[in-house]
Design a binder for this molecule. Structure first.
Ligand SMILES: Cc1cc2nc3c(=O)[nH]c(=O)nc-3n(C[C@H](O)[C@H](O)[C@H](O)COP(=O)(O)O)c2cc1C
Length: 415
């Protein structure tokens, strides 16, 4: 196992506490004004303290001062800003750049939106402007967690300059965008790095030798085995993994014009798919990364789960797999910043149902129940054998069990 120096966040003086392997039942019921105990949603991840695990995912909901301030005011646990690079002048967006999939196969506008495609690039705002806004936000909300999302070309000096300048703005951590599926790979950025393990190892090395705040590497799902690049990012010193970014998609073809969508001057390009439709895929990827962390990084690394979260139950699923925080991007674009209140209430309802008092009470609790298909077959064979044995009566006195004793007795009675 590689040794790793965990970086302290600027807001913490002591070393960031490592996550304890296994679960810990904390006596952390908060007492509300009415005196009733409320499940505690607060989390501490890589030394960063958040009032709840809900974090704005990088994208339009974290694109400027006004909207990030709104997120803090509404109560989001943290904000990850829209991805920035050194030269925003190279980032040129098109419109329309979003397309939506509705549940109704005929696309009735009354039916719910289940899928969202975008061909949006990273931030097209000047870096200096974004950095001044980060500074202002940290001044106004010193106790709130602001994370800078960054991406650069395949150039060590450029990455180092970007890291230095973004850190100077006072952000609490960095999320590295190794995963933007469109536009940026053409410049050897984003998913071009996240999909190439050799490139990723080199670039991750540059990043982790420079960064002095915690680093979360954001991975692309557009790869056969997400654990391979995740392992490399963690071995290179990243404190955590964030997953998933959007899934490569073509939203559809207009059957009247025969042109693909979203259609820009008659043409389109594959984009990134998000929202509810990607949630099951995100769960599978997060499960794989959680197992990787548990099995190969027992000293603990953090996991920020993303993909199709619109309810507290969606978030509970990610946490049950081992996520420390849960990011929401498209959900905010559809429902607004007030969504966080509903997410918190629903997550607390879930916790109450199981008598969980803290997030740590159930984080990772469902992870041990994933196994191989071969093992499922074996388990089923065993279960059928036992059920048959009970029906047919016991073959030998050694087969009596304590739990099934009454049923076993019944199975051998003739009337
Ligand atoms: C319009 C749009 C723009 C996005 N821009 C970024 C970005 O700049 N950087 C990034 O890391 N992820 C970006 N994402 C990806 C999201 O952060 C998130 O990983 C993905 O959409 C899945 O989560 P969701 O279903 O909650 O949206 C963007 C997503 C959307 C929909």
């Amino acid at each position: 196992m590689e040794s790793l120096t965990l970086r302290a966040s600027p807001s913490s003086t002591a070393s960031p506490p490592l996550r304890l392997p296994g679960r810990r039942r904390a006596a952390s019921v908060r007492v509300s004004a009415s005196g009733a105990g409320e499940p505690d949603l607060s989390v501490t991840v890589n030394g960063l303290k958040m009032p709840n695990p809900f974090v704005i995912g990088s994208g339009p909901p974290g694109t400027n001062y006004t909207v990030m301030k709104r997120a803090f005011d509404e109560g989001w646990g943290g904000v990850i800003a829209k991805t920035v690079s050194l030269d925003a002048g190279k980032v040129i967006n098109v419109t329309p750049r979003y397309a939506r999939l509705r549940a109704d196969p005929n696309g009735s506008t009354k039916s719910p939106i289940i899928g969202w495609q975008n061909i949006e690039l990273i931030s097209d705002r000047p870096l200096e402007t974004m950095l001044n806004e980060f500074k202002q936000l940290k001044k106004e909300y010193p106790d709130r967690i602001l994370i800078g999302s960054i991406m650069e070309e395949y150039n060590k000096a450029a990455w180092h300059e970007l890291i230095e300048r973004v850190e100077e703005s006072g952000v609490d951590a960095l999320e590295i965008n190794f995963s933007c599926p469109h536009g940026m790979p053409e410049r050897k950025m984003g998913a071009a790095v996240g999909q190439d393990c050799a490139l990723l190892e080199e670039v991750s090395g540059w990043i982790n030798e420079k960064a002095t705040v915690p680093v979360w590497s954001k991975m692309t799902p557009n790869i056969t085995d997400i654990t391979q690049p995740s392992r490399i990012a963690l071995k290179s010193g990243s404190e955590g993994i964030a997953a998933i970014n959007t899934i490569m998609s073509v939203m559809g073809i207009d059957l009247k014009t025969l042109r693909p969508e979203p259609c820009v001057e008659g043409y389109s390009t594959p984009g990134g798919y998000s929202a509810r439709a990607v949630h099951p895929i995100a769960l599978a990827k997060v499960m794989q990364i959680a197992r990787l962390i548990k099995e190969e990084f027992p000293e603990g690394r953090s996991l920020s789960a993303i993909g199709g979260v619109e309810t507290g139950n969606d978030a509970a699923e990610f946490i049950l797999l081992g996520a420390d925080t849960v990011q929401v991007c498209t959900g905010v674009m559809m429902h607004g910043y007030g969504l966080v209140k509903k997410l918190c209430t629903e997550l607390q309802d879930f916790m109450r149902m199981h008598d969980f008092t803290s997030i740590e009470d159930f984080r990772g609790a469902s992870l041990p129940y994933f196994t191989t298909h071969t093992d499922l077959v074996q388990r089923q064979k065993e279960a059928i054998k036992q059920r048959k044995a009970i029906r047919m009566g016991l073959q030998s006195d050694k087969d009596w069990t304590g739990d099934g004793f009454v049923k076993e007795t019944e199975s051998m009675v003739s009337n």
